[in-house]
Write a protein of this length. Structure first.
Length: 472
């Protein structure tokens, strides 16, 4: 594991701990912590290079991954997530997650047992998710009510944009998401009675994509385990927050792009699904379009595909669709318990930042990211880090941003760690990496050092040229 990967995991852990404590409370120091994380993400993005570097030390990767999982276990024990469960039941959930994190970390330390890391992490996460879903069968949040009734409406052939929500403690007359949020979560309701089962499955699938993205190497296994055992992850599932519908698409996109060749074209499919699930994925399109390994054509095809996925609902009732997905989102009032810069200014000074100021900040950061990506090529890990940094800034200037939005930022960081690990050449005990000529530890051309050795051998008193390449 490289220093960048360790720094990314550190930023992820700080972000996850802050976000867990932020539900549902405003604290100025949480906002300050988010700002520091945003600065760290921008720094990691600006200094990103191509992924294909010298292989990291496997033993260091195991120690770093196990250390991160140990921090997660400690966080579960010391920091209570928001939940409607009884105190004793919530302690059981926290103990399951902490114990699973410790077990996964211990398994990661050994080469022989690391294949069991992700199964153990998934088993613990599934157990915790089952406890919160069954222990809180009807959470008091509008998202769950809306998704449940939207799934019922889909089963009857109704449009969620023409429905009103019965018993919702919040929004009652709008489906504020794009339609594939309902499509992806409805099977949980149809097959098991609750959309949250589908959300749990989506997180698990995203974790498998993360591990596969990193070719099942140590950093990728650690990243996948951290994703499912993240602090506050039980709250994400219990409250039916919908970011897993976006993450599974982005994780599938990253996995296919990393495979190269025709995979980059197939990657437009999961990207289109992510775009058809939630509106804010659009912010990432300029980054993907300027990145040479994906490009404008594939980005345009993904946008067209998303349009086709959304069209049945958008065209059947365009007025309802625009009201729910555009006007409702723009007219949402700021919530004072959201830990963003917007609400910090509002809470501390009483001033509401004008929409023009918020928009200018987003455009400025997004433009700077596009320019940086255009001028200096980066690998997939660098691109994912830029995506995390941009979404982090967007969250910070938003009227409403909660654990789930920051969870998605952290998930992109974990994908970046996995992508970096997957791009490195394999490490062999004695043989040099396949893409690097023997005898060249710096990764350059091996012909020049070999020629220099032959010239030195030809000089009087020069060292003899080796008869075979050094194994290092």
């Amino acid at each position: 594991m490289t220093r960048r990967e360790v720094a990314s995991l550190g930023a992820w852990w700080v972000l996850s701990a802050l976000a867990t404590h932020s539900v549902v409370r405003y604290r100025w120091w949480i906002v300050a912590g988010y700002v520091l994380v945003a600065v760290a993400l921008v720094a990691l993005a600006v200094t990103a290079r191509d992924d294909r570097g010298a292989p990291a030390t496997p033993s260091a990767g195991r120690r770093a991954g196990a250390g991160a999982l140990g921090l997660v276990a400690l966080t579960h024990l010391l920091l209570a997530p928001f939940s409607y469960l009884e105190r004793a039941d919530l302690w059981v959930v926290r103990a399951v997650l902490a114990g699973s994190a410790l077990a996964a970390g211990a398994l990661l330390l050994s080469v022989r047992t690391r294949a069991a890391v992700l199964p153990v992490a998934l088993a613990g996460a599934v157990g915790a998710w089952a406890l919160v879903v069954t222990g809180d069968p009807a959470p008091r949040i509008d998202v769950w009510v809306i998704l449940q009734q939207a799934a019922d409406g889909l089963g009857r052939g109704e449009s969620m944009y023409a429905m009103e929500w019965v018993g919702s403690p919040g929004i009652t007359d709008a489906f504020a998401y794009l339609p594939w949020t309902a499509v992806l979560t409805a099977p949980g309701r149809w097959l098991a009675g609750d959309v949250r089962w589908a959300l749990a499955v989506l997180v698990a699938v995203a974790a498998l994509c993360t591990a596969a993205l990193g070719r099942w190497r140590v950093p990728a296994l650690a990243a996948a385990a951290l994703l499912v055992l993240a602090p506050g992850g039980s709250t994400l599932v219990e409250q039916a927050w919908t970011e897993p519908t976006v993450l599974v698409g982005l994780a599938g996109w990253a996995l296919l792009v990393a495979r190269g060749g025709t995979g980059a074209w197939w990657a437009v499919v999961p990207l289109a699904v992510a775009l058809a699930a939630k509106q804010h994925v659009v912010v990432l399109l300029p980054l993907l379009g300027v990145w040479p390994r994906f490009g404008l054509r594939r980005t345009a095809v993904a946008v067209g595909g998303a349009g086709l996925l959304v069209a049945p609902w958008a065209l059947s009732a365009p007025g309802d669709f625009v009201h729910d997905t555009v006007r409702t989102m723009l007219e949402l009032p700021p919530l004072r318990f959201a830990d963003t810069l917007y609400t910090a200014v509002l809470n501390e000074t009483g001033v509401r930042l004008p929409f023009a100021v918020v928009g200018a900040v987003v455009v400025l950061v997004l433009g700077a990211a596009v320019v940086a990506l255009h001028r200096r090529p980066v690998g997939l890990a660098g691109l994912l880090t830029w995506c995390a940094a941009v979404l982090m800034v967007v969250n910070l200037v938003n009227k409403q941003a909660f654990y789930n939005q920051f969870w998605l930022v952290g998930a992109l960081l974990l994908l970046a760690v996995a992508a970096s690990a997957g791009a490195r050449p394999p490490v062999s005990g004695t043989a040099p990496p396949a893409h690097r000529p023997a005898g060249d530890p710096a990764g350059g051309s091996g012909a020049r050092p070999a020629a220099r050795r032959r010239r030195r051998a030809a000089r009087p008193g020069g060292p003899p040229a080796p008869s075979s390449p050094s194994s290092g």
